[in-house]
Design a protein around this ligand. Structure first.
Ligand SMILES: *Cc1c(COP(=O)(O)O)cnc(C)c1O
Length: 464
């Protein structure tokens, strides 16, 4: 048995620092400070090794959609492990959890997205997508159609393919990314980049950047466009309403495949099974992971339309993962989807908690440090600014103020993340209005402390 608190916190932290390399972390600095060690969780709350209780404003990493502590998922996992802990789906075999989950996803997904290729994560699924869309065009007799257009500050995972499709400058700076054949256009981030334009006009302009890029590259060379309906890791950036209809017009006009990366936005996050439904987007492929299993098991995949699946089926697709459709992960995902459906969790988000959060979170816009306070479904963000009127950035290195704010938030037992100088949340979908009130109260206290800190240190200065 793995015990959760086998030793005093300081001993656990020392072991962690000595042997555990954390993802997306300056491990030297963390080793000095000591990681906060989480030992238990229930509903929307985490307990650390000192017994403190935190509101998990991030649902783990945007994934624990049904909340912590659902024993049904543990029971299903145990039963599946006893019956068939593993089998592969490579060599003309299948198993019930994988085929049932694929059928269920085909039911839930919009349009003719009726086929599922499984992966172990969102990154792996996007690697699949990259190979699949290029192979699709090769089978169509257009092998030169290999370029994939993506967006700056998009996030599509951390593998070579996923990290390349993503447009994170800090990631591209390490390890030789992006790989060839992937180009990035500007993001629809009005608050940060919209200048004097209205959000409406800016949304159209940023969508038309796709058309300009297609024309520059030659439509006959472009395989696909990939994007998140709402950027998550980029800072919960909600595009202007004009953006997606124009993108749809452009991909239709040039016959380009559209990949909607719904790893975060899928499975209820925006009050729909898929955000595509809310935005009226018609993708050829949807990337899924995270909320698919509510994070209880690692699983991801690509939901693929009839035309692409039919074409790929003509030939052997030389691609797959040992754990594609892993039976335990698939069984847990199915149980997760059953609970979401039967308990009406997504309807509650759409009709109750998303409107409630929009109000409560939106009220933070009156804080002197907050440039915008926005949400879509149960994902939300704040832009921190030294000057609301001019939407100014801080003079300090981007992320300095965000990090200070995050530290106060952690101190207030609220998990709120920073992306640069934006603060973001995406709580479990089972959060109640009372919990939202508590979350927003802690966020406001955090903003007050951050404001006082910046004033004390003379840091409320705008960049030139
Ligand atoms: C998290 C994320 C991924 C990567 O998923 P992993 O399971 O971490 O590999 C891909 N796309 C989006 C939009 C994500 O948020």
């Amino acid at each position: 048995m793995t015990l959760t608190n086998i030793a005093p916190t300081a001993e656990l932290q020392a072991l962690d620092a000595a042997h555990h390399m954390h993802p997306f972390t300056a491990n030297g600095a963390l080793g000095q400070k000591g990681a906060r060690i989480i030992v238990r969780a229930e509903g929307v709350r985490l307990t650390d090794s000192e017994g403190a209780e935190l509101i998990d404003g991030m649902a783990g990493l945007w994934c624990v959609n049904i909340g912590y502590g659902r024993h049904e998922l543990a029971e299903v996992a145990a039963r599946q492990m006893r019956e068939l802990p593993y089998y592969n789906t490579f060599f003309q075999t299948s198993h019930v959890p994988a085929l049932q989950l694929a059928a269920r996803l085909a039911e839930l997904a919009p349009g003719d997205l009726n086929h599922v290729f499984f992966a172990g994560s969102g990154s792996e699924a996007n690697d699949t997508n990259l190979r699949m869309v290029r192979h699709y065009w090769a089978l169509k007799g257009q092998p030169q159609r290999h370029i994939v257009i993506a967006r700056k500050n998009g996030y599509h995972g951390s593998t070579m393919g996923g990290g390349s499709l993503g447009g994170m400058a800090a990631m591209h700076a390490q390890g030789g990314l992006p790989i060839p054949g992937i180009v990035h256009i500007d993001q629809p981030y009005w608050w940060g980049e919209g200048g004097d334009m209205t959000p409406e006009a800016f949304g159209l302009a940023r969508a038309r950047a796709l058309e300009e890029k297609i024309l520059e590259l030659g439509a006959e060379n472009v395989a696909a466009f990939i994007a998140e309906p709402v950027q998550g890791a980029g800072g919960v950036i909600i595009p202007p309403e004009s953006y997606w209809p124009e993108i749809q017009r452009i991909v239709d006009k040039y016959g380009i495949l559209l990949i909607a990366d719904e790893v975060i936005t899928g499975f209820g996050r925006t009050g729909h099974w898929f955000a595509c439904e809310g935005y009226g987007i018609r993708p050829h492929i949807i990337t899924i992971a995270k909320g698919l299993s509510s994070g209880y098991q690692p699983i991801g995949g690509s939901i693929v339309c009839d035309e692409v699946a039919r074409t790929i089926a003509q030939d052997e697709f030389n691609h797959g993962y040992t754990y594609s459709g892993h039976p335990v992960a698939a069984a847990v995902a199915l149980e997760n989807l059953r609970i979401m459906d039967e308990e009406g969790i997504i309807d509650r988000v759409r009709h109750e908690t998303a409107p409630y959060l929009a109000q409560a979170w939106g009220s933070l816009a009156d804080h002197p440090l907050v440039g915008e306070a926005v949400s879509r479904g149960l994902m939300a963000s704040l832009a921190l600014t030294p000057d609301k009127a001019s939407r100014a950035r801080f003079a300090s290195e981007p992320g300095t103020v965000g990090y200070i704010c995050r530290e106060y938030s952690f101190g207030n037992n609220l998990v709120m993340r920073h992306v640069g100088d934006r603060m973001i949340i995406a709580p479990p979908l089972v959060i109640t209005p009372a919990d939202i009130d508590e979350l927003v109260a802690r966020a406001r206290k955090t903003l007050d402390q951050t404001w006082a800190h910046l004033q004390r240190e003379g840091m409320l200065k705008a960049a030139a």
